[in-house]
Design a protein around this ligand. Structure first.
Ligand SMILES: O=C(O)c1ccccc1NCC(=O)[C@H](O)[C@H](O)COP(=O)(O)O
Length: 205
């Protein structure tokens, strides 16, 4: 399979270095203070090859840009009620790439993506929970067959070591990548490198 791989919610330098060595494409940092993966201090290693993504929830543009400068982010991933205009402005005037997350539980949630085409580089589809992310819960992927938009997307929400087969069998013309997080952790913010390695091998065999 030729899917992009994002590992999200990383906090520790050595752990980041080892995950990057697996060849993943994106590494995500959560800058949402309510998350157990919130990055309190700059890790002593930041990805050199993998693209850096910062995750935000309803933040001011000033705060997003401060983190973007400090961590030299390539992408921002927006998990709140950020408007299409907000996405557009970060993308156009500040040169950041933008991923907008959508929490899917009903066909209406899928329809809400329509206003965002042309304002984001990717969408990310995941489960609808009060925590807004990082819960390890899956949503009903059959909802994605209602998505006929042109923006490529990441499949997210509860992907785990046993998901490789289901991902291989899931086809959608706009499926660009997958997002791995809490189901690959030993503790919030620390990834189990061997579990990730085994999963990635299974996915690509
Ligand atoms: O990871 C978090 O703690 C988090 C909290 C609030 C908003 C977003 C968050 N993470 C963003 C991600 O991209 C996660 O990987 C995504 O929510 C899927 O997580 P999981 O269900 O644990 O695989």
């Amino acid at each position: 399979m030729n899917l992009l791989v994002k590992v999200c919610g990383m906090t520790d330098g050595e752990n980041i270095r080892r995950v990057e060595e697996l060849g993943v494409d994106f590494i995500g940092f959560v800058f949402y203070p309510r998350s157990p993966r919130f990055v309190y201090q700059m890790p002593d290693y930041l990805p050199r090859r993998a693209r850096r993504i910062g995750v935000f929830v309803n933040e001011t543009k000033e705060t997003v840009l401060t983190y973007a400068d400090r961590f030299e982010l390539d992408y921002v991933q927006l998990h709140g009620k950020e408007s299409p205009l907000y996405c557009q402005s970060l993308r156009k005037s500040h040169g950041l790439k933008v991923i907008k997350a959508f929490h899917l539980a009903t066909p209406r949630n899928v329809a809400a993506t329509e206003a965002y085409h042309g304002t984001c580089d990717y969408f990310l589809f995941e489960s609808k929970t009060p925590q807004l992310g990082g819960t390890g819960r899956q949503f009903d992927w059959s909802l994605l067959h209602r998505y006929a938009g042109r923006t490529p997307f990441f499949l997210s929400g509860g992907l785990n070591a046993g998901s490789a087969n289901a991902i291989r069998q899931f086809h959608h013309p706009q499926l660009a990548g997958i997002d791995l997080n809490s189901r690959f952790e030993t503790t919030p913010g620390l990834k189990d490198v061997e579990r990730l390695r085994g999963f990635l091998q299974e996915l690509t065999q």
